[in-house]
Design a binder for this molecule. Structure first.
Ligand code: URA
Length: 252
């Protein structure tokens, strides 16, 4: 009884409350002033009722709100999986092609959502995105040995020698030692699945070139145990990653 009371008290003390304008700003809906105007104009509802009191504090835990009739859940951070189409750049300052942020709701840009690592503009497939700095850092760190699976379409037919060379390791120009695939197998006459733990610049394409073939298309199908196919996202579609899906990204 005593412990239940203490834990309820602790939970109450830890509950985060804030004014709605600050909450909306934290979710990327604009400056605090802009968000306050939205609220005062009656554009924001909570549980179906217009909420136009800017000063009243609101509990963020489990909060859903609607802006212009579109409903959002409060999230301290967002963790996203995107099925990246070709011809989108992963950099924040995209130059030759639109950036991948263009495929997400506008407010994610304002809350500083970024790609976790990079895929080339012509590479398709599974791309993680987040606004959680430590998560991005950890996932991109070379010390974090999470295997990434790529399916490459090759110009020349995939041979046993190609598979053997990638498994043994190939020397790239600016690397001190040969780089090898963690595993590798032929999956079609012109298709090869390559598993890597590092994420060096153009690594798959350069490894294939160093092994005497040429990559004509590349798709990332899996990161850790998170499989793009299981997410059932069409190209250009995205979804939030909940705790169960995030757990699949842990090193094996
Ligand atoms: N390797 C490449 O060559 N390109 C990518 O986009 C990812 C891995």
């Amino acid at each position: 009884m005593f412990f239940e009371f203490v834990s309820a008290l602790l939970k109450f003390a830890l509950m985060a409350k804030n004014t709605l304008d600050k909450i909306l700003q934290s979710q990327g809906f604009g400056s605090r002033r802009w968000c306050a105007e939205l609220i005062q104009d009656g554009e924001v509802s909570i549980n179906g009722a217009v909420f136009n009191d800017v000063r009243c504090k609101v509990e963020t835990d489990g909060l859903s709100f609607s802006i212009y009739d579109q409903t959002w859940s409060y999230r301290e951070h967002v963790y996203i999986a995107l099925n990246k189409p070709a011809n989108y750049e992963c950099s924040r300052k995209a130059s030759h092609h639109p950036g991948v942020l263009k495929l997400l709701p506008e407010q994610f840009d304002l809350r500083d959502v970024q790609p976790v690592g990079r895929l080339d503009h012509d590479t398709t497939g599974l791309l993680l995105m987040s606004d959680d700095g430590p998560f991005i850092h950890k996932q991109s760190s070379p010390k974090h040995h999470v295997p990434k699976i790529y399916v490459a379409t090759t110009h020349d037919a995939v041979t046993e020698e190609l598979v053997a060379a990638l498994l043994k390791g190939v020397q790239l120009h600016d690397e001190n030692a040969p780089l090898a695939a963690v595993s590798c197998r032929k999956v079609g006459e012109h298709q090869i699945e390559i598993v890597l733990e590092q994420g060096k610049y153009h690594q798959v394409k350069r490894m294939l070139a160093a092994a005497g073939n040429h990559c004509v298309a590349l798709c990332r199908s899996q990161i850790g145990e998170l499989k793009l196919a299981d997410l059932q996202l069409a190209e250009g579609q995205w979804c939030y990653l909940d705790e169960a899906l995030l757990a699949l990204l842990k090193p094996v």
